[in-house]
Design a protein around this ligand. Structure first.
Ligand code: ATP
Length: 379
């Protein structure tokens, strides 16, 4: 097993810079997830570590070894791709054994490892089958098994669950986590799925446009995002972003005034008239359901109090009500700010309808303030 260290790695393809300034060190045995939108450079980083791409500049270490010029097969890493890439004419056992045979392990060792790996991935009963006789999830487990059997120093997984349906993806994700706990092999996992990132990672590396946005433990990134991109990428439904102007000691959102938490009011004072993006997660917004009169159910009365300066209240008009079983997602249009939507998580039993007016109460301790142009988190 080994730590993996990247120092200022850059990769250009002709005139396109796919990744740059990539610097991090993964301690031996940790599970790190590279996450970000399509094209942000995740796979390029992984392929560079694997030796399938070469860095344009920068240094890459696996263990204490500088591996920039070491070919892929001598790096002692195993990579699993989203399309499994199993050999269709070989059985499961032969697929798992293949890498060991190539490395000239003796027959007894190979046999033992195939059995051990198959057992750890619940594949024992499938060893004689060919890939096409397996489900997607089983094929993916074989691909993992083939990688594990080699006992590499580092595991590289590129969107390994993306071809599985939702239920299987959840199950396999949990299996992967268990497997890592059991084997303790340094693992680097690429995904654009923020749930996989949050649930699997010891540390998450959030990427955008080929650059690192933030590195940290899932909960700390979720709780303290470095910028608007990270804030909106992690979390489902995502953090609400509400454009506001700082005016007369309050945030002005299209005419609605939102109070400013005392701790930042003084700091913002010199910035009268400036625009900011406010961030608030759906789970940090509350409301009381409008009362409906029994005799005229369609009529609704919005709960007071009305928004005033220093208050944590905002008014929305309900656009969409999405029952999700355990909870309901409300999408409201911010009154006075055309096109600005506010997502709110509510209980399963809300009786709202499209067109209802709602007064939302924001947990002001959970309010983020982002620089409107750079997106940097200010507070
Ligand atoms: P996805 O989630 O869609 O797989 P990604 O985050 O893994 O995306 P990469 O595949 O690493 O992104 O690509 C990063 C950037 O580099 C993209 O702009 C991509 O178009 C570019 N790129 C990647 N490989 C090549 C290549 N061989 N030639 C030219 N450009 C490339």
């Amino acid at each position: 097993m080994a730590n993996v260290r990247l120092e200022d790695i850059k990769r250009r393809f002709n005139n396109v810079t796919a990744i740059e300034d990539i610097t991090f060190e993964i301690p031996d045995g940790e599970f790190w997830v590279l996450v970000g939108p399509s094209g942000c450079g995740k796979s390029t980083i992984l392929r560079t570590i694997a030796g399938l791409e070469s860095a344009t500049s920068g240094k890459l270490f696996i263990g204490d070894r500088l591996v920039n010029n070491i070919p892929a097969r001598q790096r002692d890493v195993a990579m699993v791709f989203q399309n499994y890439a199993l050999y269709p004419h070989m059985t499961v056992a032969q697929n798992i054994a293949f890498g060991l045979q190539m490395r000239k392990f003796d027959a007894k060792t190979i046999q033992d490892r195939v059995v051990t790996v198959a057992r750890s991935l619940s594949l024992e009963h499938l060893l004689d089958r060919k890939p096409k006789q397996l489900s997607g999830g089983q094929q993916q487990r074989v691909a993992l098994g083939r990688a594990i059997a080699r006992e590499p120093q580092v595991f590289l997984l590129d969107e390994p669950l993306s071809n599985l349906d939702a239920q299987l993806r959840d199950d396999t994700r949990a299996e992967l986590k268990q497997l890592h706990q059991k084997l303790g092999i340094t693992t680097i996992y690429v995904t654009h799925d923020q749930v996989e990132a949050m649930t699997l990672a010891d540390k998450i590396v959030v990427l955008n446009n080929g650059r690192i946005q933030q590195i940290g433990e899932p909960q700390s990134i979720y709780g303290c995002p470095a910028n608007r991109m990270v804030a909106t990428f992690l979390g489902s439904p995502p953090m609400n972003i509400l454009p506001a102007k700082f005016k007369n000691d309050a945030f002005d959102l299209g005419g609605q005034l939102l109070g400013i938490p005392g701790n930042i009011r003084e700091e913002l004072k010199p910035q009268q008239g400036q625009g900011f993006d406010l961030g608030i997660r759906p789970e940090h917004i509350y409301f009381n359901e409008p009362q409906r009169r029994r005799e005229r159910r369609e009529e609704e009365v919005v709960n007071s109090p009305l928004p005033t300066p220093n208050s944590p209240f905002l008014e929305v008009e309900v656009k969409v009500v999405e029952p999700l079983g355990r909870e309901t997602l409300i999408r409201g249009g911010l009154v006075g700010s055309p096109g600005v939507l506010v997502n709110v998580q509510a209980g399963a039993d809300v009786r709202l309808r499209s067109g209802d007016r709602l007064t939302l109460q924001l947990d002001m301790n959970q309010l983020f303030v982002f620089d409107a142009s750079t997106g940097e988190a200010l507070y």
